[in-house]
Design a protein around this ligand. Sequence first.
Ligand code: NIG
Ligand code: FE
Length: 414
Amino acid sequence: MIEADLVVSDAAQVVTCDAARGAGGRLGVVEQGTVAAAGERIVWIGPSTRADAEVRLAPGGRRLDAGGRVVLPGFVDSHTHLVFAGIREKEYALRAGGATYQQIAAAGGGILSTVRATRRASVDELVELGRARLDLMLAHGTTTCEAKSGYGLTVADELKMLEAIRRLDKEHAVDVHPTFCGAHEVPEEYRGRTDAYVGLVVEAMLPEVAGRRLARYVDVFCEDGVFSVDQARRILLAGARHGLRAKFHADEFTPLGGAELAAEIGALSADHLLAASDAGIRRMAEAGVTATLLPGTAFFLGLPFAPARRFLEAGVRVALASDFNPGSCMGFNLQLVMTMAVSQMRMPPEEALLAVTIGGAHGLGLEHEVGSLRPGKLCDLLVCDVPTWEHVPYLYGINHVRTVVKRGRVVWPA
Ligand code: NIG
Ligand code: FE
């Protein structure tokens, strides 16, 4: 008999996203299922008819009746710019009038306007802003996310952003995994001196960030007019020497060779990839680099979507994430991201669900902890008010999440 502190009983479907379990191929669907947790971790998953014989609720334990709803793994949002001050709603309007993202950036808007606002903000202010966003992300099913620095662009301001991210991880139910993205843009004071700024990132920022254990990952915006492939390589390899895994903005607008670089250096993930070459996609498959696709950004900017099917057909593992940020994607609803992936990128619905769960976990190197439901992993799950999991992307634009469990505790509704 297994003892549990939490039993989520009588789900119409438990979608484990674990191919070793249940039916439904890689989705591992347990029909009429129950999930049990002890402490933070899952201890039992199976048909509800067997639960009473195999699982006992510990004194003081909690039973959550899923009441014929659908249980999914908590979503893993593996690419966000969660922490920033200031908003850029005027740019959004300008874009509707025909201005491009690059034109807005060239006119002093874009990332650098968020940098100005973020430099003025205190750690406390950044934490408050981040907390309100995390509350909404959690309510929409995100139980794990990544968060980048990159709106500070000085040693002190990058550290300030990462301090805010560390506090958010500690204080909020959502687990927040930090990425150092000091090479998000060239700051005004280094305009025309990109190599000198790369030197600052490598020689001053990285040692401080790594020394204080403020980041797990390192990211670069590798793009025409921002950081070249050679500059990105230099930063990412320096990050690796400090123990940071590479996951970076690659081939978003221009086919620069970011996908190829990701394969060359064994990056955890290459992100965006709207303009990735066929050779780059093949090399990512060979090297086992996760492709993190961000349809919310293409949608918000009015751009064509990344060629998801080419990645899937080449055997590349795909993650879908939000890219939440004030300029190119002011949204973090991964249910809606799934709908975009199915309708606009022609991803099969099951691939879309895998991509916001176990795919995102792979993009963060956390596939043994989160992203699927299996005994031993964290009990991060969603009870969704739908008759079958397919309704999550299908009936779009509303929140299907009724209850969120994080690390074995009901955390939403609070
Ligand atoms: O992922 N591409 C660079 N960074 C962000 C945009 C950040 C911003 O505009 O503030 C992105 O789209
Ligand atoms: Fe981004």
